[in-house]
Ligand binder design. Structure first.
Ligand SMILES: [Zn+2]
Length: 511
């Protein structure tokens, strides 16, 4: 899909479909809906007047209504796209509105879509960005393995903006970059385990890096042994597929000042998780191809970083393996030694994500990372704790969390901080080793997983994102297909960008 930004009056633009955002401006809770258009065009208001007065369209979020041959407007069709209440309108509704417009056009076989830039009090650069994110994300359907797939692709989406502005130009470009990055993540997560092995994940990552100019190194078994990554290796040893340790490096064009932060993105890349010897039940196991969604998020984020070019050095470490039961597989009761030297008693081989991450986090530190973030589909327990609306966030540093949350109004993603304080440490005490890989009870399972990771980050500021409940959308939405969500890409990118001011020479840093 091509995307275009034009500075043109929407009522004179010739297109098969022109989308106009609409809100319910009723303020009283019990008042009937008062749908209105986020437009200043008298012609468009006039063309939509009858529908708006009919009561058929309430402008709820994701609702659409189509007006054919609108009088006084050059478009063949007007599509009114509901964004919900005006009083609660935020960037996220506009992102969803952009997606809704596209997904309304697709089944109609239309190839060209135009979207009128909405009149809102929100910053126009951000508005342009989120609409293009929504449009890009909505383009994807997960039917690539269907032999009878119908071509419902949109060829061009045009954003029609009122008057030329650098902010809108930038927002438009960034929206396209972030959507493409998040779609890369989603396409990787969608791949079946027999297609996307650790080796193939390494190849695809290397191909992406070559395309956008990132340094990429892909290692396997030998390197794991050389680095003494006993925890990572233990997970991979039961699979016929060799593991992949993928290291991507982004260097800003101008070298950051001495002592500037180096950001480390560490991803869990289990391309299929059977649970190993502690095997999972058959029901729903097919979904465990998604157990590399944390790695996918980091690969997508690195793609966006390469294109957005923040002045911050970023290193990403991906730990990819397949967790299989086999004669050579690791077993409950085994004791393994992590790269950091800590010994780990294996209680449950299905708690493998934290094992690969423990070596990944430690390795990222040895590469010079001063701030760490990891993303992982780590625990089912996080869905019990938070449901499927918030990512579980854990950290050892409040300032780092503040930097992360400062980007959320723009990224539109939801995170909820859970504790990982020292009083939980007893949960992972082992009788015979330094620590064990699951808690002594099943309570607070996401927290004990975070406590385990915390053992390997030391004093380095660190955030852990447990995306297990959020990496896959079970239900389709009017703005998005069901399947991989690509969660965390946008928020991680904003977090990295939040360190830009700290890479300047101290003399130039804003006070
Ligand atoms: Zn597992």
């Amino acid at each position: 899909m091509d995307t275009k930004l034009l500075y043109q009056d929407p009522d004179t633009f010739i297109t098969p479909l022109l989308a106009i955002f609409s809100v319910d401006s009723a303020t009283d809770k019990d008042a009937p809906p008062a749908p209105t258009l986020l437009s200043t065009s008298a012609a468009i208001f006039k063309a939509a007047a009858q529908v708006l007065a009919s009561g058929e369209f309430k402008a709820t979020l994701g609702e659409t209504i189509l007006i054919h041959s609108p009088i006084g407007v050059a478009a063949e069709r007007l599509l009114l796209v509901g964004l919900g209440k005006l009083a609660s309108l935020s960037l996220d509704e506009l992102r969803k509105g952009g997606g809704t417009a596209l997904r309304a056009a697709k089944p109609r076989g239309l190839r060209q879509v135009a979207i009128a830039f909405p009149e809102t009090p929100l910053a126009s650069a951000s508005v342009a960005r989120v609409i293009m994110e929504g449009v890009g994300l909505a383009e994807i359907d997960y039917d690539i393995y269907k032999t009878d797939r119908k071509d419902l692709s949109i060829h061009t989406t045009t954003l029609l903006a009122p008057e030329k502005s650098v902010g809108i130009d930038t927002g438009f470009a960034e929206g396209n970059i972030l959507a493409a990055a998040q779609n890369l993540t989603r396409s990787l997560v969608n791949e079946p385990g027999n297609v996307l092995t650790p080796t193939v994940l390494g190849q695809r990552t290397a191909a992406m890096c070559a395309e956008v100019g990132l340094k990429c190194e892909v290692f396997s078994t030998e390197k794991l042994h050389e680095l003494k990554m006993g925890a990572f290796w233990s997970v991979s040893q039961g699979s016929a597929e060799p593991p992949a340790l993928i290291v991507m490096t982004y260097e800003p064009a101008v070298a950051p000042a001495e002592g500037s932060p180096v950001i480390g993105l560490v991803g869990k890349g289990i391309t299929f998780d059977t649970g190993g010897i502690s095997i999972k039940p058959a029901d729903g196991m097919e979904k465990m191809k998604y157990d590399m969604a944390g790695a996918g998020a980091m690969i997508g984020a690195m793609r966006a970083i390469a294109e957005l070019k923040p002045p911050v050095k970023v290193i990403s470490v991906i730990c990819s393996a397949e967790n299989m039961p086999d004669g050579k597989a690791f077993k409950p009761g085994d004791v393994v030694t992590a790269m950091s030297g800590k010994t780990i008693e294996i209680i449950n081989t299905d708690a493998e994500g934290r094992l690969v991450l423990s070596d990944g986090l430690h390795y990222a530190k040895t590469l010079g990372c001063t701030h760490l973030i990891d993303a992982a589909t780590l625990t089912g327990a996080v869905a019990i704790a938070l449901g499927k609306l918030n990512v579980g966030l854990f950290s050892n540093d409040d300032a780092t969390v503040e930097n992360f949350t400062s980007g959320l109004p723009l990224s539109g993603e939801k995170y909820w901080r859970l504790p990982c304080t020292e009083d939980y440490r007893d949960q992972i005490k082992s009788q015979i080793a330094d620590i064990q890989n699951t808690g002594t009870t099943r309570y607070g399972g996401s927290i004990t997983a975070a406590m385990f990771l915390k053992e390997f980050v030391g004093d380095t500021p660190w955030i852990h994102l447990d995306i297990a409940a959020m990496a896959w959308n079970d239900e389709a939405k009017p703005w998005l297909a069901s399947g991989p969500s690509g969660v965390a890409v946008r928020s991680i990118v904003e977090w990295v960008r939040s360190y830009a001011k700290e890479t300047l020479d101290p003399a130039h840093r804003a006070q």
